[in-house]
Design a binder for this molecule. Structure first.
Ligand SMILES: *[C@@H]1O[C@H](CO)[C@@H](O)[C@H](O)[C@H]1NC(C)=O
Ligand SMILES: *[C@@H]1O[C@H](CO)[C@@H](O)[C@H](O)[C@H]1NC(C)=O
Ligand SMILES: *[C@@H]1O[C@H](CO)[C@@H](O)[C@H](O)[C@H]1NC(C)=O
Ligand SMILES: *[C@@H]1O[C@H](CO)[C@@H](O)[C@H](O)[C@H]1NC(C)=O
Ligand SMILES: *[C@@H]1O[C@H](CO)[C@@H](O)[C@H](O)[C@H]1NC(C)=O
Ligand SMILES: *[C@@H]1O[C@H](CO)[C@@H](O)[C@H](O)[C@H]1NC(C)=O
Length: 402
């Protein structure tokens, strides 16, 4: 009975019953191991068992729990579909492994999907995307389209929820995509993939309101956290990032009908050995857009390339008309207490749009040291007149072009 996936009313102390093989009583009797039992042999596809347990739990009129005990579960694409009748918890003590072959994901663009669930709690669990084969087939750098590989964990329309203590390993593309969510807290998230893995953004958030990420440890091959259009009231706190590409707002301005980004705070984070630290990036020749009220506070940088960066000429793979100014308006941005070492001589770059200059950008107490042979750290500014207070090293915008 050890590896059964069971479901009971929360009060029934499911875990103990599962482990002791004492499944009995009212609700629990509905979830006999033979009917819902996953094999957890690391080979058989256990997704049916997991989805069945979820379906039963989801229609239960009272708060309920799905438990996935210790073990290695091979699972293909899984959808945790709502809406559910009552709040629902998934407690995972095991490791879920995705098929390594990306061709196994034709029907669903993500591996594990939570869709339209209110009052969700996810407790624990390791999600191993087994991405090595997929990375070697990723042709994003050549084609610029990277949508053909699955994301490890997708949260779509998840509201009033807590996701706690989960681990995402070696995702094929993004580790986590949070879209159209509201009031969701992620606590103690661990993300791990090699620095060389392509497009493995740690946590991407888009079109969501009231998302908090606290105590995350993120090592990956792309942005540790990226905030796309429509992010509002998003708080990123106590995150360690690196290797990776830092914590980014954007990129913005690539698509039609992008929603404003507003009310973002990033604080008490440590960023180590990354390309870029904190950055705001928008495309040239862009659609009209808005990013305002962004606050970066108390961030430690260890050997980070250009730790502070506003880049309104973001144009990877040369896919844009770089000479046409971005039309994304950036305003009310503060950088406070940003300290540590820069891996590049250019430590602060505020490169705003010629057509839509940045407004109300403030820097206070910045100390970024460069230990190179070319001299001390420098800054570069364009189309911005920042408000400068406190001790600033390097000196910022001593010569600013307009
Ligand atoms: C987090 O989950 C791991 C297993 O994935 C477990 O060993 C650990 O005790 C959990 N930590 C907390 C604080 O819940
Ligand atoms: C946000 O979600 C939490 C936990 O899921 C809930 O307790 C809280 O009431 C929600 N807040 C609002 C404003 O709905
Ligand atoms: C998210 O963090 C902010 C700032 O720390 C806090 O005011 C807010 O209550 C938090 N929200 C949740 C849902 O935890
Ligand atoms: C952030 O760090 C500052 C300074 O170390 C500390 O005073 C503050 O309590 C921290 N805030 C949180 C939410 O951890
Ligand atoms: C600094 O970061 C670069 C990568 O950005 C890395 O190659 C180098 O080893 C790091 N240096 C130290 C001292 O960690
Ligand atoms: C040093 O400066 C030269 C000339 O400006 C530049 O070409 C070179 O890349 C710099 N080296 C480093 C390590 O920044």
């Amino acid at each position: 009975m050890r590896n059964e996936i069971c479901f009971v009313s929360i009060k029934a102390i499911c875990l103990i019953w599962c482990f002791m093989g004492l499944i009995e009583g009212n609700r629990a009797a509905d979830f006999d191991g033979k009917k819902y039992g996953a094999k957890a042999d690391g080979k058989s596809d256990d997704n049916k068992a997991i989805e069945s347990a979820w379906k039963e739990a989801c229609v239960a009129p009272k708060e309920s729990m799905v438990v996935i005990p210790k073990g290695n579960y091979m699972v293909g694409a899984v959808k945790f579909q709502g809406p559910c009748q009552a709040p629902i918890t998934i407690k995972i003590d095991g490791t879920l492994k995705a098929p390594a072959d990306p061709a196994k994901f034709k029907s669903q663009d993500s591996w594990i999907v939570f869709n339209n669930v209110n009052g969700l709690t996810v407790e624990g669990g390791t999600f191993d995307g087994q991405g090595a084969v997929a990375w070697s087939k990723n042709d994003c750098a050549k084609t610029g389209t990277c949508n053909s590989l699955p994301i490890n964990l997708a949260f779509n329309k998840v509201t009033n929820s807590v996701i706690r203590n989960i681990t995402s390993l070696n995702s094929k593309l993004f580790h986590m995509n949070i879209l159209n969510c509201k009031n969701v807290t992620f606590q103690r998230t661990t993300i791990d993939a090699p620095e060389s893995s392509l497009n493995t953004d740690g946590i991407h958030i888009g079109r969501s309101t009231g998302v908090n990420i606290t105590d995350a440890a993120i090592k990956t091959g792309d942005d540790c956290v990226s905030l796309g259009d429509g992010c509002q009231q998003v708080n990123i706190e106590k995150v360690t990032c690196g290797p990776g590409h830092g914590i980014s707002v954007g990129s913005l301005g690539k698509y039609q009908n992008e929603q404003p980004v507003e009310g973002i705070t990033v604080r008490n984070c440590t960023i180590t050995n990354t390309m870029n630290g904190i950055r705001v990036k928008t495309w040239p020749a862009s659609t009209v857009g808005l990013a305002r009220s962004l606050s970066f506070d108390n961030i430690v940088m260890n050997n980070v390339s250009t730790p502070i960066l506003i880049d309104q000429q973001y144009c990877p793979y040369g896919q844009c008309k770089a000479e046409v100014p971005s039309r994304v308006k950036i305003s009310d941005v503060s950088f406070n207490a940003i300290k540590g070492t820069s891996a590049t001589q250019l430590a602060v770059k505020l490169s705003c749009s010629k057509g839509t200059p940045c407004e109300n950008v403030a820097l206070n107490d910045v100390n970024l040291v460069y230990h190179g042979t070319n001299g001390t750290a420098i800054s570069e500014c364009a189309n911005v007149q920042p408000k400068l207070t406190g001790n600033l090293f390097p000196p910022v915008c001593s010569v600013s072009s307009h």
